[in-house]
Design a binder for this molecule. Sequence first.
Ligand SMILES: *Cc1c(COP(=O)(O)O)cnc(C)c1O
Length: 372
Amino acid sequence: MKAGIPVNQPLLDGNERMYLDECIETGWISSEGPFVKRFEESFAAKVGSRFGIAVCNGSAALDVAVVALGIGPGDEVIMPTFTIISCAAAVVRAGARPVLVDVDPLTWNMDVARLEDLVTERTRAIMVVHIFGLPVDMDPVIELARRKGIRIIEDAAQAHGQTYRGRPCGAMGDIGTFSFYPNKHVTTGEGGMLTTDDPELADRCRSLRNLCFKPEQRFVHDELGWNYRMTNLQAAVGVAQLERLDEFLARKRRMGARYQSLLADLPEVRLPLPATDYAANAYWVFGVVLDDSVGFDASEAMARLAARGIGSRPFFWPMHEQPVFRKRGLFSGQQLPHAERIARRGFYLPSGLALSEQQIDDCAGALRQILQ
Ligand SMILES: *Cc1c(COP(=O)(O)O)cnc(C)c1O
């Protein structure tokens, strides 16, 4: 077996080391250090929001977003079934109920045409999740939310710097959330961010991430928060990464275009849409879905790729099929067939920023071989 190609490798060859040195030399390593504020301000500016609130990961950002909006027992939040568990977990932990929407089979995003039928008197928010680098079709969501008085949480963890009809992802809803896990367009190792234009919501987010200390009386608490703070070390890496976001996005788009041209003639797989009428794909990852004519599923395809030294990852497993939620009596009997199909037939190829053109060619070649 040749030296393998990992599914993700980040690029850390900008100012990361210099800024980390500065943290060590000054002794500022906690969340009180100056890079945190600098990262919050520069990130918010980059994504077109007034406020950025840094947290320790993207899942924590979702927890904070749900509670900051006052969502709790008796409330419903409409969200895609095809997403990471963090989205539904935040809602369930807050005591509210996720209401799930199937995917559009071409964009793999929440099918927004189905939203209106799911709105009830209990609906408090729609949680949109931009999937794999293509945004959700936001205009119908925003129109519906305004008409019904519903809030929007926008999970842009896979969409740093991406735009919808020219508007930045993460700044279209009441609250946006981001992750800086190493496979995201900007990484801090672990990390996350909330974005909002609303000063009161920003204050609530800041309080919730920091144990809800009372500003005027430390160690006295009116509410329960979390310690979800980001360290100065993480923020130092984030500032360096953010300096290169435009370059990273262009690089991901070139990588996606190369995969597209190498795989376009393969009838055995459906490729991501290169663009819709509202956005060009930013290719957070390059996903493929096996055609019905292929006699095996994604797990077999991934095993065959692994045997050739190529890393890959399955698509998300739908929320309505999660044992943890079924045990709690949620989503019983629910069927959302498009998400069920892509969960079984879909996987993604190596897509990290450090991937070379030669490696992309090798991955595409290996995919071609295993489908023969
Ligand atoms: C990565 C991701 C998260 C979670 O972020 P973590 O930093 O890993 O906790 C949440 N939502 C989406 C859509 C993601 O892709």
